[in-house]
Design a protein around this ligand. Structure first.
Ligand SMILES: C[S@@+](CC[C@H](N)C(=O)[O-])C[C@H]1O[C@@H](n2cnc3c(N)ncnc32)[C@H](O)[C@@H]1O
Length: 264
């Protein structure tokens, strides 16, 4: 078997495992460890430089099956990461605050989120895709005392997220809502907006945000290209009349990179 074939087989194996473990989520921590191990393994795989060559070679195969495999993996891994955040939230309730390699990697990304557009205690931060374990709101609010609002489309993520904030972020200005950006007053006040990397329609929402936000807003879109696009929705072109890419924060060893936009 050549290098590309074994790489492709590894992707198929990941895809099958994501399918198998996603359906085992039963709103308890019963099946957490297998999924946590898989996501830790996948995190290492997508940041492993020695996989770059096989990824590049794979790109030369103009095959619909391979394109579909990549699209499926991106969606399946996003779905499983959302479940893993639920496991972490449920474990916190049980008094177990262990932290996996995936979460360590994500938390170290948050430090540099806004590049030269730093946050202060006066900032108003909107996070789209806050998840069941809202580490971004908690870390930002703790470090800067800024006000943070997190949005999610998943009821269970909001419910678990609120209980995590109550436990780890009490006294901080954090609010989690199941609300669309256009239905939220805070959207117009936001000084900084962050898109979670695993929000598939982030560029559609960014386009929509143009008319809903103030002129000074800075938007951080988390993304992953090439090998990292197996675990992140990649960059897209923006309407140049609306948004301008002003800075990119790229870190090869981190799970996602960050593109910063301001109004054109
Ligand atoms: C798992 S979390 C955060 C994951 C990771 N920390 C990151 O940066 O991508 C991603 C959350 O985004 C939510 N989500 C997906 N699409 C969304 C959308 N259009 N609006 C709001 N939340 C969304 C999911 O329900 C999920 O809870």
């Amino acid at each position: 078997m050549n290098k590309v074939e074994s790489f492709q087989n590894k992707l198929i194996e990941f895809s099958d495992k994501f399918d198998r473990l996603a359906v085992r989520y039963d709103h308890t921590v019963n099946n957490s460890s297998e999924l946590e191990n898989l996501i830790d393994e996948y995190s290492k795989f997508v940041t492993n430089r020695s996989n770059h060559e096989a990824w590049d070679l794979l790109g030369h195969y103009d095959s619909n099956d391979i394109l579909q495999l990549v699209v499926d993996l991106r969606r399946k891994s996003a779905f499983c990461v959302a479940i893993m955040e639920k496991y972490r939230a449920l474990k916190l309730h049980e008094g177990n605050a262990e932290i996996t390699d995936y979460f360590k990697n994500i938390e170290s990304c948050i430090e540099e989120e806004f590049g030269s557009f730093q946050l202060s205690s006066d900032s108003k931060v909107l996070l789209i895709g806050s998840g069941a374990f809202p580490m971004t709101p908690i870390l930002i609010a703790k470090r800067t005392r800024a006000e943070v609002v997190g949005l999610d489309i998943d009821d269970e993520a909001i419910e678990l997220g609120r209980s995590v904030v109550e436990k780890l972020g009490s006294g901080l200005k954090i609010r989690l809502e199941k609300r669309l950006v256009e239905k939220l007053e805070f959207t117009t006040e936001a000084t900084h907006i962050i898109f979670s990397s695993t929000v598939e329609n982030k560029y559609d929402i960014l386009d929509q945000l143009y008319s809903l936000t103030n002129e000074h807003v800075v938007v951080a879109v988390r993304y992953g290209e090439q090998l990292k696009s197996l675990f992140n929705f990649p960059l897209k072109e923006v309407n140049a009349q609306k948004w301008k890419l002003v800075e990119q924060v790229t870190r090869p060893d981190h799970l996602f990179d960050i593109a910063l936009y301001k109004k054109a």
